[in-house]
Design a protein around this ligand. Structure first.
Ligand code: GLU
Length: 502
């Protein structure tokens, strides 16, 4: 098959928000499509109406948009293979059900849920597992065990399902691009339901019909679908269709490797599992996602891409375009990968753009009516940028370049509340006052204070006076940046506060 005609689909079920695994599946499909100049399709697999959750679809669309991996075709984008909702394709599925029935690849089954439950209990009781399969189907209530007339009557009077008739005795050989050859013994497969008693096709049938009709060339999806692969391949065969290529992606595991990240364990994790915020329809509670935490889409996508795929080069920071050109299904890992929130925030740091941080800081000082030159702002950004992982952190790491601290670190402040400190600060202040304003540079200041006794203590006191906490960049650079007058003002402020306390 020519890779020029690559058509892949992301086929989520609208059962709630996407989690990390879901959006990564979308991303790998997108990257693969773009790499080969193909088409990325969004199909909504909503055959299971019981599990339908309001707003899932708009959530999916918004997430893809935020990640900048929008589909070329499908729900929300249109295309020549519509409808892209499985719930609107019932007639199409019905046609193929009839075909499978006619060809003897499927049969009607009339066993009620209670009948099946009874059988299951019977089997369990005798130490066996019940499975509706080739071994026992001839002893059950289905069209294989009745005459044409009986079937005719039954169809008119009873509800029924349609099951796929699996042929036993075959070692079915399949190929997965990531995992290689997979062999399944058809003796162990059960006759899966294709059409439910409510008249809706099941996921399995709808999925393969749509993939065929939408000309999907590669099915890239989570590894939880490996057990369904044999059924899908057999369905393609029964319909005389060539199956697409398959690639099953590894799980994303929790940080400690203990189990996969899923919606069920969300409360025990101290990191989000959703890309963007999710408002629980019933309670209206909002669960924040990576977007709300301050991740940029570029960083989020870069982090996600490397969570299960090895680019094969000594490089970790990729733009979306670079990801596209490096991407290959063959380099996807076979085994589960652990999620690491520290690494995720590292990616965000690496993707921070100075211009964005500048814009954020500029707005911050404008809303506070602080007057300051653009050059000064740029200097601040250059000095503090390597301390932040997220844009919004810039203020807490740079406020002291613009405003005097509004509080002092309580612990340290209480320790220094005595006369002695006032004397030391007073002497240091005199030194500062004596420097010519043009010579008030970090180099000169460093040189000057190197010679004073108690220089470490003085530097700590300066830090408390200037920043309010014992953090921040080189104190002499801060002194130079905020200037002589402001430095002295803040030192006096601290002296006054100490005086008030003692
Ligand atoms: N609807 C399935 C899901 O939500 C998609 C499976 C597939 O991609 O074939 O996981």
């Amino acid at each position: 098959m020519s890779l020029h005609s690559v058509r892949v689909r992301f086929a989520p079920s609208p059962t709630g928000p996407l989690h990390l695994g879901g959006i990564r599946t979308a991303l790998y499909n997108y990257l693969f499509a773009k790499k080969h100049g193909g088409t990325f399709i969004l199909r909504i697999e909503d055959t299971d109406r019981k599990r339908f959750v309001d707003n899932s679809e708009s959530y999916i669309l918004e997430t893809l948009k935020w990640c900048q991996i929008e589909p070329d075709e499908g729900v929300g984008y249109g295309g020549s293979y519509s409808p892209y909702y499985q719930s609107k394709r019932g007639n199409i599925y019905r046609m193929y059900i009839d075909k499978l029935l006619r060809k003897g690849h499927a049969y009607y089954a009339f066993d009620s849920d209670q009948d099946i439950e009874k059988k299951r209990k019977e089997y369990n009781h005798n130490g066996f597992t019940f499975s509706y399969n080739s071994r026992i189907r001839m002893s059950l209530n289905n069209s294989l065990t009745m005459t044409k007339e009986q079937l005719h009557d039954k169809l008119l009077s009873c509800s029924y399902v349609v099951r796929f008739k699996i042929k036993p005795g075959e070692k079915l050989k399949m190929y997965d691009i990531i995992r290689g050859t997979i062999i399944v013994d058809t003796d162990y497969l059960d006759d899966k339901i294709l059409l439910k008693s409510d008249g809706f096709a099941t996921y399995h049938l709808a999925n393969i019909i749509d993939d065929y009709l939408m000309k999907i060339t590669h099915v890239i999806r989570g590894e939880e679908w490996i057990p369904s692969m044999s059924l899908h391949v057999l369905l393609y065969r029964a319909l005389d269709w060539t199956p697409p290529h398959f690639a099953h992606l590894p799980l994303i595991l929790k940080h400690n490797g203990k189990g996969k990240i899923s919606k069920r364990n969300i409360d025990n994790l101290n990191y989000p599992i959703y890309p963007i915020q999710w408002k629980i329809p019933k309670t209206k509670i909002i669960i924040p996602g990576y977007r709300e935490l301050g991740y940029s889409p570029e960083a989020f996508v870069n982090m996600l891409a490397l969570l299960g795929w090895n680019p094969g080069v000594e490089k970790e920071i990729f733009s979306l375009q670079e990801l596209i050109s490096f991407f290959s299904l063959e380099r996807i890992k076979k085994y589960g990968v652990c999620f690491d929130i520290k690494k995720a925030s590292w990616f965000n740091k690496k993707h921070l753009k100075k211009e964005d941080v500048f814009a954020f800081l500029f707005e911050k000082i404008q809303t506070r009516s602080i007057l300051c030159k653009k050059d000064y702002l740029w200097k601040v950004i250059h000095l503090t940028m390597d301390r932040i992982h997220f844009i919004h952190e810039i203020w807490e790491h740079s406020f002291y370049f613009f405003i005097s601290p509004s509080f002092y670190e309580a612990n340290f402040f209480s320790k220094i509340c005595h006369e002695n400190t006032i004397d030391q600060l007073d002497q240091a202040k005199t030194l500062l006052c004596n420097i010519n304003i043009n010579e008030f540079t970090s180099l000169n200041l460093k040189f000057l204070f190197q010679k004073t006794k108690n220089k470490y203590k003085i530097m700590q006191l300066f830090r408390l006076a200037l920043v309010g906490v014992l953090k921040g960049i080189d104190i002499f650079i801060i002194l130079e940046m905020i200037g002589k007058e402001e430095s002295i003002r803040r030192i006096e402020k601290l002296m006054n506060q100490i005086k008030e306390k003692i």
